[in-house]
Design a protein around this ligand. Structure first.
Ligand code: MSP
Length: 476
């Protein structure tokens, strides 16, 4: 069986998930479900990034011992994805032994390649980013533009990673793999960044009491990003990765450089194969403004899912935000799409067709040519668009097939057809379309798809359908 390995970023445990995190995870889940529906053996990894200094700060703030805090938060994240119906097959925590071992192994491999050396580092460190910032990246009053905090001046002995050595190999690799980063405009940015030249980067921190110690130098801990990126390997083991590296790393644009520049360079250094693709989503704002814990406007995906259902949430993000671009969330827009496209679109169509067909039994019925055409056009479009991460276009293709079905019901006045054979023929067309719509919805709206599939029953060699409860009850 063909295998497919997809990952989300591992999320920091300094807070619970908001809809930005949920969005990235839903995108990865959609692709995982798509490949699974194609019959592939899917490995879908998510998890938590725990060895950050922010973890320690957050634990302190909530008055908990760090391990107890990370256990609690890791469980919060795991449970959140479960509640959102995310189909991950593994969940990794960077405090797990299976991870720590592989991080040390990868470090030793990079060391053996002569790519780690000791030097003094001086720079401005932003804890929010877990990265050094350059002076010209700060606001006029010296703050990190994203976190609005003053970076800390750090001057210490660190191990450096010879990233500069990998400029040429990276550019050659990009050249040979024209779809390594998607969408394409993000790939241009990455390439331009690497073309400008790469500096070696600090890969460890001095005297920290939280994090993975540098092998043979307990005075240093491994830089949290050098540790976190390795999770993709540690989940499957070095041999597992050599056998089948990740096909897709789904990330947000904020961490694309880590995944498309530093990570491949680390893998090259460690003599390990590179992932297939890195795809990056844009950022979600809320009612037009940046979202964040510090801004106090983080939207809770679980709360939304409890009110509208997980499928409505998935539908909104996948349909509303063109992949790669930034998008804006507002409850009003969610409700508009819910009533307009879910309740009135798929909800209404399924209810109507099932109610009309409920009393019929279908044996050796056939589908009209125009329906066959409509169905295969939809199926083709969905496959094509998913292949290039155009989730909204794929959904639009499904909705256009739904409209086709609705028009047919109205034009034929199916509810008035007296002749039994003609009525059954018309209904069989519609049911075939509904069935195909449900199949196509599997990656996007898994619950809805399963509910529709449940309406189809076998009875003594004949096909029958039963009514189902409203898929998307209209919102007041
Ligand atoms: N721990 C690192 C990732 C390590 S991966 C080896 C990290 N974690 S994070 O919790 O800060 O969030 C990571 C991801 O969450 C972002 O890359 C992005 O995919 C998603 N998002 C966080 N805020 C977001 C928005 N406002 N909008 C869209 N996605 C957002 O970075």
């Amino acid at each position: 069986m063909d295998r497919f390995y997809i990952t989300t970023p591992i999320y920091y445990v300094n807070d619970k998930p908001h809809i930005g995190h949920a969005y990235t995870t839903i995108v990865a889940d959609t692709l995982a479900r798509w490949r699974r529906a194609q019959g592939m053996d899917v490995l879908f990894l998510t998890g938590t990034d725990e060895n950050s200094q922010k973890t320690v700060d957050a634990a302190k703030k909530s008055g908990e011992e760090v391990h107890a805090y990370t256990d609690r938060l890791a469980e919060t994240w795991r449970a959140a994805w479960e509640k959102l119906g995310i189909s991950n097959t593994d969940f990794i925590r960077t405090t797990e032994e299976r991870h720590i071992e592989v991080v040390k192994d990868v470090w030793a491999r990079m060391d053996a390649a002569g790519d780690l050396y000791k030097g003094r580092y001086e720079g401005l460190y932003c804890k929010g980013h877990e990265a050094f910032l350059k002076e010209d990246e700060l606001t006029p009053d010296g703050l990190c533009p994203d976190h609005k905090t003053k970076p800390e001046l750090v001057s210490e002995e660190n191990y450096f990673f010879r990233l500069s050595k990998y400029q040429k190999p990276l550019l050659d690799f990009y050249e040979a793999h024209g779809d390594f980063v998607a969408p394409a405009h993000r790939f241009h940015e990455v390439r331009a960044f690497v073309e400008e030249g790469l500096e070696d980067i600090s890969f460890s921190r001095e005297k920290r009491d939280w994090g993975i110690p540098v092998p043979k130098d307990p005075n240093q801990v491994i830089y949290v990003w050098a540790d976190a990126l390795v999770n993709y390997v540690s989940a499957v083991g070095v041999e597992g990765w050599e056998d089948h590296p990740a096909d897709i790393h789904a990330v947000g644009k904020d961490i694309l450089r880590f995944h498309a520049v530093i990570w491949p360079a680390m893998l090259m250094s460690a003599g390990l194969p590179l992932p297939g693709q890195v795809i990056a989503n844009g950022f979600l704002t809320v009612g037009g403004t940046k979202m964040g814990k510090s801004l106090g406007n983080a939207v809770d995906p679980l709360e939304l899912a409890a009110r509208y259902g997980t499928d409505a949430l998935r539908y909104f993000f996948l349909r509303e935000v063109p992949y790669g671009g930034d998008g804006d969330f507002s409850e009003e827009k969610l409700r508009e799409r819910y009533n307009g496209e879910l309740a009135n679109g798929i909800g209404n169509f399924a209810a109507r067709v099932l109610a009309l067909a409920e009393k019929e039994e279908f044996t050796d019925a056939s589908v009209d040519e125009d329906f066959k055409k409509e169905i295969s056009a939809m199926e083709r479009a969905v496959q094509e668009k998913l292949g290039v991460f155009k989730f909204g276009d794929a959904l639009a293709a499904i909705w256009s097939a739904i409209s086709f079905g609705d028009r047919y019901v109205n034009e034929k006045k199916v509810w008035e057809i007296k002749d039994a054979a003609a009525r059954r023929a018309a209904l069989f067309n519609l049911l075939s379309l509904l069935d195909a719509v449900a199949q196509s919805l599997v990656p996007f709206l898994p619950e809805t798809s399963a509910k529709i599939a449940d309406a189809f029953v076998e009875k003594g060699g004949a096909m029958k359908v039963k009514k189902i409860s409203a898929l998307f009850p209209r919102l007041p």
